[in-house]
Design a protein around this ligand. Structure first.
Ligand code: URA
Length: 213
């Protein structure tokens, strides 16, 4: 048995059911709310739908030992990696992805060639996409090289393929796209293909962000 990931070694260890994460033989004991909040570091080549007629790998198949049916919070493209939240809390998922709550998402974007200052300025101001303006972004240069460059882009919208389309609009092809944060929640050093329960503080802060507390 583990409590918040630490093995229990002494009898009579106290826990708060619903606050502490209790696992027996690796299986989570759900709290009284029965709510589960996970983050996965999504690998390349997985899809976020719950089924796929083409038989491609599903992110949901990476989640084992969880006694609830979980759903991805929004979507990442087949070829996008990084932070994907999964939950059975429908209200939380709905609010985090609804444009009204303007929850920010940050992406580390590797592009072909040397990104120009002009392209970065245009990304910051926002670009026109076929379904309307992207809105401004917070874009910073991480590294500029002749063959590849890396930028960090923070947007508040979650429209389909938004970052890829923004990069296309400024004339740079995407090599890798990794989501590194969603609202207050950071991917950190979670390994690709691995998942973990969110900490209580991460859940509480994200609920506060979308007016749930
Ligand atoms: N923007 C994209 O273009 N793709 C994603 O998967 C997420 C954001």
């Amino acid at each position: 048995m583990t409590i918040n990931g630490r093995p229990v070694t002494s009898p009579g260890t106290s826990v708060i059911w619903g606050v502490d994460m209790i696992r027996v033989d690796g299986r989570e004991i759900p709290g009284p709310s029965g709510r589960t909040y996970l983050m996965l570091n999504k690998p390349f080549g997985y899809i976020c739908s719950l089924s796929d007629p083409q038989g491609r790998p599903l992110v949901i198949d990476l989640i084992k030992d969880i006694p609830h049916r979980l759903y991805p919070v929004g979507r990442l493209d087949f070829d996008t990696m990084g932070l994907l939240l999964l939950t059975n809390d429908g209200e939380w998922a709905h609010r985090l992805t609804h444009p009204r709550y303007e929850v920010s998402r940050t992406y580390k974007v590797t592009v072909e060639g040397g990104i120009t200052d002009g392209a970065i300025t245009r990304l910051r101001r926002g670009v026109m996409l076929e379904d309307g303006p992207s809105g401004p972004s917070k874009t910073t240069l991480v590294r500029r090289g002749n063959t590849r460059s890396i930028i960090r882009v923070t947007i508040t919208g979650g429209r389909s393929r938004q970052v890829r389309r923004m990069m296309e609009a400024v004339g740079f092809g995407v090599v890798h796209l990794i989501r590194v944060s969603f609202g207050n929640i950071q991917l950190g050093d979670l390994k690709v293909g691995r998942y973990r329960h969110l900490e209580q503080g991460e859940v509480t802060d994200s609920k506060r962000l979308v007016g749930m507390t």
